[in-house]
Design a protein around this ligand. Structure first.
Ligand SMILES: NC(=O)c1ccc[n+]([C@@H]2O[C@H](COP(=O)([O-])OP(=O)(O)OC[C@H]3O[C@@H](n4cnc5c(N)ncnc54)[C@H](OP(=O)(O)O)[C@@H]3O)[C@@H](O)[C@H]2O)c1
Length: 268
């Protein structure tokens, strides 16, 4: 049976690419679409294609009134948690693309999913090559304990760090050894310029740059005495790289129970 999918954020940069991709897959059905400003408009038309017969709803609650299997969220950092919890309460599986959530939020989301017996797959970045950045960085961290993350994005990005950098730092903090850098508390001058510690334990220093010309780039920088390794991902200007990973998650989340974070966990 086809998987019925609701896209929250259907008219956004990612949503507009995702809607036609879902409409083009024989095992997926677009069961709903959500965006406030285009409420009532056909989701196919809103994504620049032919009409598909699905009218965009103004709220997720409205879309959840119709039967569906999976809610995909590509909205805004201040909206996503409410959406995910509402979808879980309604017994839907959820795929989270929106950034802004951290380990504590995901602990709550994971518990809610377990309780309802449904699945959640979340990834700070659903692109294959950004996922490889995470995988290679986690390999390197086993050998090189000194690592910091640089997060580059457009001047207008509303949240920092990006979901990519946050997920990477949280994962790295769980595997790397003790850093040899002077602790921030012992740094004189303006210690905040050392960035923010993200993740468990001492955390990983994350430095977020926001300026025109960047879409999204993320760098894991490793250092040993007299040598350095940089592992970097640069996003291009289209949302296409996120679509394939999101569709993979949509197919895998059905039948899952609880939370899975990171596309790397699905790739093999
Ligand atoms: N995980 C990944 O691989 C990945 C990749 C790219 C982007 N992202 C993240 O995904 C999120 C979305 O990115 P984007 O660039 O597509 O954003 P965007 O272009 O700003 O689109 C946001 C969408 O959400 C809708 N929206 C906003 N507030 C809403 C609300 N309260 N209720 C319902 N719909 C609402 C918007 O429509 P209305 O304003 O009309 O409601 C729009 O359709 C961001 O957090 C971004 O960082 C993640």
């Amino acid at each position: 049976m086809a998987i019925r999918v609701v896209v929250a954020g259907a008219t956004g940069w990612v949503g507009k690419a995702l809607v036609p991709a879902i409409l083009g897959e024989s095992d997926l059905v677009l069961a709903g679409a959500v965006a406030r400003n285009a409420a009532g408009v056909d989701a196919g038309i809103a994504s620049g294609r032919e009409a598909c017969g699905v009218a965009i709803a103004a709220t997720l609650e409205e879309a959840l009134a119709m039967p569906s299997d999976v809610v995909v969220d590509y909205t805004k950092p201040h909206v996503v948690k409410g959406h995910v919890l509402a979808a879980l309460r309604a017994g839907r599986n959820v795929v989270v693309g929106t950034s802004g959530l951290g380990a504590d939020d995901y602990a709550e989301i994971g518990a809610a999913a377990e309780k309802k017996g449904v699945g959640v797959i979340a990834a700070g970045n659903f692109s294959i090559t950004a996922t490889l950045l995470k995988r290679f960085a986690l390999m390197a961290a086993r050998y090189v304990p000194d690592v910091e993350v640089i997060d580059y994005a457009s001047a207008k990005k509303p949240d920092a760090p990006s979901g990519t950098a946050r997920e990477l730092a949280e994962a790295l903090s769980g595997v790397r050894g003790a850093s040899t850098a002077r602790p921030q508390s012992e740094v004189s001058g303006i210690p905040a310029t050392r960035g923010a510690a993200v993740g468990s334990g001492a955390g990983i220093q994350v430095h977020a740059l926001r300026m025109p010309s960047f879409v999204l780039s993320c760098e894991a920088l490793f250092g040993l005495p007299d040598e350095r390794l940089t592992i970097r991902h640069d996003a291009g200007s289209s949302a296409a790289p996120y679509v394939a990973g999101t569709l993979l998650a949509v197919r895998r989340v059905v039948g899952m129970k609880g939370l899975l974070r990171g596309l790397d966990r699905l790739m093999d």
